[in-house]
Write a protein that binds this ligand. Structure first.
Ligand code: HDD
Length: 755
């Protein structure tokens, strides 16, 4: 039997009015009326296939087949060629009339090389320009089967993914560690079509309606006159907008919290933000919010650390992600859902689910795990993959539908539109990174950069010339069918519902859920950012907003600005805190955390070697820091390789610091207290090493040492009995205690807490 012929006959029959089922009738809906055909045309069988129109088999210039895949257009053969495949004998000299003569216009290689170079850049993303990405795999748990029929969530189903993390405001070359929201966009190449979950590391958004997106972005981007500041929210236009437009208060508060300065992409939560509508196999619907939970926990930098990182290593997050994957420490997240009944109001526990400035506390709706994401491969080429990947919240698969959140609806327009400019035409879906892994059989034709060689003569429906192909699918064979959701009747209005007008109770819940340390960081962030504004009126307006969140927050920031704290203009909401919103108080795996081991040329190399191995055995990364590069070798066995020098290392890179110390006859960790000044080690006298230790201390990092490390601490001004400072005679024991401290991420007791 020939399935194409059978299907063609079905369609022919349908045109004659024989049956309904081939016209793509959707269960539960009336079948479309058959076209009125007075005298049915006899349908021709499909045309014979055309000869293969792909490129010819690749041959070497001497006529042998090279055996290289015809679809791969990169780096074939051993010799440098032109774009047309002509081998080149020189690419370093223009063709000239004599060695000192003029360059000739006929030099095709020169013109081709320069012209291509002139066009190498494409417009950067209008937002989220700065990013880093990785390939991976998603494995469904099968736990979501009762709420969604999405096949990729089925038990043990594995789906290839590509994930791009980003900052929002900065240009493509800006620093990774600025205070900003982070993008967390995932492309699932499912066999039912591509699903994109285009989320952020913050569960709420600045605006409730997409029509305001240009406004918030114009306000956050650099000022239009001088184009400064880059990748910052600490400037007048940002604070002008978010204080005039109080629905931005919740997202702004998250940005000012530690969530705005993540430690690593690997240690960020992700959120789909909007409420989605899930559909199960029986057609039952549920409202849901998507969450990504990192296996390594949610961690942040402290503000001073983030600022230093911006200068010392602007690629910090990009490097961290790539290094971890290269080392085999694959980052993992669990995908989870909060689910809510699909009631006509789309409200849960008084929270409007269509308002994207709202979150639902996990204590009210727990996050239920439905699958595991593992990032296990770095991109091969940044431009081809990370830069050209194109996400779209409208890329959905059967089982996942949208709601009428007015922010989401506008996004459904924006993403396709922006890709057409950014990627130069409508065929960006054919780029390898964007190509679905499900078969594509569309009727989209031609356009800039068309790389498909479409066969057939009838790219339209209905047709008889291509035998009626391709056919419409029903839900039984995974057609994407929108939920026939009732549309709220009403007048055409440019208005938000009354339920969108509470802008302060959710921010207040976030504030009340923070620990004292986290509150202190928030106060410092507001104080810093507002002190960077020039306009007095903006600072005063910002304080009025803060007064409506919490009087203590308002008062502390007002003190920092040297202004009086205003009274609230709305009654303070009475809300329960949500402990799940805090990052502090839990312990997390320490896999992949980075331990800096400081050693002078006169340090305890035997101890260092043993501790270095113990760090590796604990699945963490040891980096040896010494006065100069090369090897440490004082004749105590195998030399130790130095990874960082005092000139290149800054505390920001390390999650904890170990001091290998100075062995002195009979000295234990503390006994070196009596050392005379001229016996002090290179570590104790080098200001760069001391800065590293004192910064690590100030940033709440665990510090350990053995074998006479005390003078280093003393010289760096670190009290030896301070919390998280561990001295002992046995480096291995010190490391074990340090690892325990690292599981809490930082030594929080060191931060002066707000009462
Ligand atoms: Fe957006 C990119 C996330 C609202 C318009 N957005 C973009 C990216 C992420 C998000 C992660 C980068 C994707 C990548 O790595 O390539 N955006 C969000 C979230 C939002 C949101 C979580 C709110 C819940 N975005 C939003 C609105 C609009 C846009 C309201 C416009 C009306 N976003 C865009 C865009 C971008 C984009 C202009 C720029 C580059 C791109 O799409 O591909 O279309």
């Amino acid at each position: 039997s020939n399935p194409v012929k059978e299907a063609a006959e079905k369609v022919t029959g349908a045109l004659r009015g024989d049956s309904d089922d081939a016209r793509g009738a959707i269960p539960g809906r009336p079948a479309p009326e058959p076209p009125q055909v007075d005298e049915p045309t006899e349908v021709r069988p499909p045309l014979p296939p055309k000869p293969d129109q792909r490129g010819p088999a690749t041959m070497s210039p001497t006529g042998e087949a090279t055996g290289v895949d015809q679809d791969v257009v990169a780096q074939r053969d051993a010799y440098l060629t032109t774009a047309q495949g002509a081998r080149l004998y020189d690419t370093d000299h223009s063709l000239k009339a004599g060695e000192r003569g003029p360059t000739l216009l006929q030099d095709h290689h020169l013109r081709e090389k320069i012209t291509h170079f002139d066009h190498e850049r494409i417009p950067e993303r209008v937002v989220h320009a700065r990013g880093a990405a990785a390939h991976g795999v998603f494995q469904g748990y099968g736990t979501a089967a009762s709420i969604t029929k999405a096949a990729f969530l089925g038990k043990d189903v594995e789906t290839q993914v590509f994930v791009r993390f980003s900052t929002v405001l900065g240009s493509r070359g800006s620093a990774d560690t600025v205070r900003d929201t982070r993008g967390f966009a995932t492309k699932f190449y499912t066999h039912e079509g591509t699903f994109d979950l285009v989320g952020n590391n913050i569960p709420v958004f600045f605006i409730q309606d997409a029509i305001k997106f240009p406004d918030i972005i114009h306000a956050g981007k650099p000022h239009p006159d001088r184009e400064i500041p880059q990748a910052q929210s600490a400037h007048d236009t940002f604070w002008d907008f978010v204080t005039l437009h109080t629905e931005a208060t919740h997202h702004t508060l998250w940005n000012m919290s530690d969530r705005g300065i993540p430690r690593s992409y690997r240690m960020m939560e992700g959120f789909g933000v909007h409420t989605f509508r899930l559909v199960n196999a029986e057609g039952g619907t549920t409202l849901a919010k998507f969450h990504w939970k990192p296996k390594l926990g949610v961690h942040s930098q402290v503000w001073e650390e983030a600022q230093i990182t911006g200068g010392m290593d602007p690629d910090f997050h990009r490097r961290d992600l790539a290094d971890a994957i290269e080392a085999g420490a694959y980052p993992q997240w669990e995908l989870g859902v909060q689910v809510f009944p699909d009631n006509p109001e789309q409200v849960f526990e008084g929270i409007d689910l269509l308002d994207p400035t709202n979150l639902v506390p996990e204590e009210l709706a727990p996050v239920q795990p439905i699958g595991l994401l593992t990032l296990n491969a770095n991109p091969t080429n940044y431009f081809a993959e990370t830069e050209q990947v194109a996400f779209h919240p409208g890329h959905l698969v059967p089982g996942i539908d949208i709601t009428d959140d007015p922010l989401l609806t506008g996004r459904l327009f924006s993403y396709l539109d922006t890709q057409i400019t950014r990627l130069g035409g409508p065929n960006f879906g054919q780029l390898p990174i964007n190509r679905p892994h499900a078969p594509v059989n569309d009727m989209l034709r031609d356009g800039m950069h068309q790389t498909a060689v479409h066969s057939g003569t009838a790219p339209y429906k209905p047709n008889s010339l291509d035998g009626g192909c391709p056919f419409m699918a029903g839900e039984d064979v995974s057609a994407y069918v929108e939920v026939p959701q009732a549309v709220a009747a009403g007048r055409k209005v440019r208005q938000a519902p009354a339920s969108f007008s509470d802008h302060f109770s959710q921010p207040r819940r976030f504030w009340l859920s923070m620990t004292p340390v986290e509150r202190e960081h928030i106060i410092a962030a507001y104080t810093f950012e507002l002190n960077k504004c020039y306009e007095q009126a903006i600072k005063e307006r910002a304080l009025k907003v803060l007064a409506n969140i919490d009087p203590q927050l308002c008062q502390e920031v007002a003190t920092g600005l040297g202004l009086p704290a205003p009274e609230p203009t709305v009654p303070l909401a009475s809300v329960e805190p949500s402990p799940a919103l805090s990052q502090i108080g839990k312990t997390w795996p320490t896999d992949g955390r980075i331990i800096g081991i400081v050693a002078g040329a006169d340090g305890d190399l035997a101890g260092l070697r043993a501790v270095r191995q113990a760090v590796l055995d604990a699945d963490m990364v040891p980096l040896v820091i010494a006065p100069a590069g090369g090897k440490l070798d004082v004749g105590q066995g195998e030399p130790v390789t130095v990874q960082r020098t005092f000139a290149t290392a800054r505390s920001i890179e390390f999650d904890a610091i170990l001091l290998a110390g100075t062995p002195q006859a009979g000295a234990d960790a503390f006994g070196a207290r009596d050392a005379k000044a001229d016996e002090l080690s290179t570590v104790t006298t080098d200001p760069r090493a001391l800065l590293l230790v004192s910064e690590a201390y100030r940033h709440g990092k665990a510090i350990g040492g053995w074998s006479g490390a005390l003078p280093v601490l003393e010289a760096a001004g670190v009290p030896d009995l301070a919390p998280g400072v561990v001295l002992g005679d046995d480096g291995g024991e010190v490391l074990r205690t340090i690892t325990g401290l690292l599981a809490k991420h930082r030594v929080w007791e060191r931060f002066p807490a707000v009462a």
